[in-house]
Design a protein around this ligand. Sequence first.
Ligand SMILES: [Fe+2]
Length: 333
Amino acid sequence: MDITFINVGYGESILITENDPDAENGAFVMLIDGGSAMNSEYTGESGRIRAYDYLKKRNIDHIDLLVFSHVHEDHVCGLVPVVSGIPVRKYWASIRLKDEVIGKQIGDLETLSETNKKMLSSINAYSSLIEKIPADEIEYLDGIKENYFKNDCFSIDILGPEKSYKKTVEASLTNVFAADDANALNKALTETTEMMNNASLILRINCCGKSVLLGADTNSEGFKALVRDHPELMKADVFKIGHHGQADSVNEELLRAADPSIVVCCASNDYRNNSSNEKTFETIKRTLGRNVTYLFQDGLYAEQWNPDISPRNDVTVHIDETGISIKLQCINN
Ligand SMILES: [Fe+2]
């Protein structure tokens, strides 16, 4: 199995592929999120690439399972061209929109703060994406469901979000659609964007006796109940830390429960929004107290800095019967 972290800059887009003779063209393909749609995210010599462009370069011609982890611009907006351009068999999502707002678009962008403009663009994108998807092709997931998906090669546990918390976030999203003036819209957007991270879908993927924990933007607070009540489900050889490695992404309890040997951080190389935070890596080193491989989605290693390696389009964690290995850049430029 290959788990590829695409270099979409500050956002997140994770491609999972596995040879499977029963799947279309011999490969099972899963995509979690699609990064940002903003032009500014992809300029310069950063190695960044839009998820759709990356998938086309990899000749990905179908997606068996596409996951909308949560509704934020840096996760959902890059999926718009993916859903239009590549056939998708099945969808998983965390956030469920009320039927009456599916397809609805909210305007009045001029009066909003930059953060709220981004939040609104993600809600509009998500609303129009959900409208295009037949209801029987999408599942809305939360709570804990072990072995929810299983094939010959790997299994997936659903570990979150916590259901009642997610309902609160969905209610907040409903307030966005119900807002009847700019103040109400700004207020509802601010509340929703702040709460949204911990409504992310949390998945643990198990393959060949190894586990990979992927919680999108779930931070240490969002993992708290899981760590307390089900630490046995948290063990992960590979942990893609939440919320782009910001200071709230991990704490000691979470790290002790996951106990990874590889930590992946999906953050832009400009440390925007205090991502890849120094405190985060100090906490990891202090808590795990042994050799841990730190990876960024541009293929750079935080701990074994090699100035000869320029930012790549991706980094891949490969898992098979022989163990775990790391591959830099799966596409040819
Ligand atoms: Fe994010």
